[in-house]
Design a protein around this ligand. Structure first.
Ligand SMILES: [Cu+2]
Length: 483
């Protein structure tokens, strides 16, 4: 069924950002939406082997570091399936540390709770030497990713991340496609990994990396066809970084957020916390010329990547981005939705540590539980309980019913808030004019309150947490139960 969407309007300035304009300005919405349909059936097999693999990425300046990766021969695997296909994954845990358990979470996918990969909550994690298995049909098209869900700060820090792309959303094929994974690395002057967490970082905005990268290189130059429409799937996969990305002087549109197609929005800039993705359609430069993608949310605008045009021009007409197909999500019943408040706050320990400064950082004991907590949701810090007794969910929802989550950030930090197995519709903010869009991770800026709509999905216990990994591990995590 085709529905009419609201016209998207954005473009509000962000108070105190000191960076470029915050959001894209809307463009007239397409009158019709095209729904995505399965484009293939059958089974795709995926073999993952979590292991330490010494690697010399271009951004390491000749140094070799002991990365942890999912597959030999590639640092970040990019897995592609077509809408309708089943993905069967076998993974082996060959991580080189006793007790380094693993399970795999499929970020952004609305799959059954048993396949969600959260240790102790949805499955027993796999110990070194063991094997695990996942099987599901990804229900939605889009740019997703997968990662482990215990000791994540170190696992991300060592590179244990992969992209999962579900194809089948294009009405018009772009001239080329590129996947860009942004991630920093914490490397000391001795060429070794620095501690992945510090107290100061964990109690503030996260412990920052020392070297920036996109696809393992610093400011890579990517050769692209000239005067072409290229699709860029941009991922923020850093453990903590918040970026505001944008092109200097190029025609581009945002065509999806967290994999969810939306009426193309003129791309001015887009603020992204960790785990957030954006799909961009870019009209590339004339032959021999370049377009640069910047991060404006840093002391100086930083060149993330340069797109250098080669070959004969592909297109001559004006830039008129075609939207993506969308999924038939259940419609939010906004008028009758129950409002549920969530407060994201610091614990007294967290506030004290933030004032004090350096320390050993987040240390996980057995059962993936941190020894101290700095952050909380509704005054409850995870783990408030041992894994035998999880304690009550933050909320219990009825499958198929509509809810409005009122997400209230009472801290001076930003928090990208993620819910497993669901997507949100961003409705409004107390501080910004936001376009209405669908996402699985929503960025709360300091002291901001955002309302998101959600139709409760499949039954189960679904994690609900900040995706700054040290915040998550230090308490800003809980779960929602859908019955
Ligand atoms: Cu956070």
């Amino acid at each position: 069924m085709l529905r009419r969407r609201d016209v998207l309007i954005g473009g509000a300035a962000f108070a105190g950002s000191g960076a470029a304009g915050f959001l894209s300005v809307g463009r007239k919405a397409q009158a019709r939406e095209v729904l995505a349909q399965p484009i293939a059936h059958g089974v795709e097999s995926l073999a993952l082997d979590l292991a330490e693999r010494p690697t010399a990425l271009p951004c390491f300046n000749g140094k070799t570091l002991p990365l942890w990766t999912f597959q030999a021969g590639t640092t970040f695997p990019i897995v592609r399936v077509k809408l309708g296909e089943q993905l069967d994954t076998v993974f082996k845990n060959d991580l080189p540390r006793e007790g380094e358990v693993a399970s795999i979470h499929w970020h952004g996918l609305r799959i059954p709770n048993t396949q969600d990969g959260v240790p102790y909550l949805t499955q027993q994690p796999i110990a070194p030497g063991g094997k695990g298995h996942y099987s599901f049909v990804p229900p939605d098209t889009g740019s997703f990713f997968f990662h482990t869900h215990c000791n994540s700060t170190e696992h991300f820090g060592r590179g244990l991340i992969g992209a999962l792309i579900v194809e089948g959303d294009e009405i018009e094929a772009p001239d080329a496609e590129y996947v860009l994974l942004m991630k920093d690395w914490r490397i000391g002057s001795d060429g070794k990994f620095l501690p992945f967490s510090t107290d100061e970082g964990a109690a503030k905005g996260g412990t920052p990396g020392t070297i920036r990268s996109v696809n393992g290189a610093t400011s890579p130059v990517i050769t692209v066809p000239s005067s072409a429409n290229i699709r860029i799937r941009f991922y923020n996969l850093d453990p903590m970084r918040i970026s505001e990305i944008g092109f200097e002087d190029a025609e581009a549109a945002i065509i999806a957020v967290d994999g969810n197609g939306l009426p193309p929005m003129t791309f001015e800039s887009w603020r992204m916390g960790t785990a957030m993705r954006v799909d961009i359609l870019l009209r590339t430069a004339a032959p021999g010329k370049s377009v640069k993608l910047y991060d404006y949310f840093s002391a100086q605008p930083f060149v993330l990547a340069e797109f250098k045009s080669e070959g004969r021009p592909k297109r001559t007409g004006g830039f008129d981005p075609v939207p993506l197909k969308v999924m038939p999500f259940p419609k939010l019943d906004e008028a009758n939705a129950q409002i549920i408040p969530f407060e994201f706050s610091a614990t007294p320990t967290g506030a004290a540590i933030a004032a004090l400064g350096a320390g050993p950082g987040i240390q996980l004991g057995p059962l993936c539980l941190a020894k101290r907590t700095f952050w909380a949701i509704n005054k409850q810090a995870w783990p408030g309980h041992d894994h035998q007794n999880l304690g009550p969910p933050l909320a219990t929802l009825k499958s198929g019913q509509s809810y409005i989550f009122e997400l209230d950030n009472t801290t001076p930090r930003s928090h990208p808030i993620h819910i497993h197995g669901h997507t949100f519709e961003v409705l409004n903010s107390s501080k910004r004019r936001l376009p209405r869009f669908r996402c699985d991770t929503v960025l709360l800026i300091p002291n901001e309150r955002i309302q998101v709509g959600l139709v409760a999905g499949l039954p189960g216990k679904w994690m609900f947490h900040c995706h700054i990994l040290e915040h998550q591990e230090a308490g800003m995590m809980g779960y929602i139960e859908v019955v």
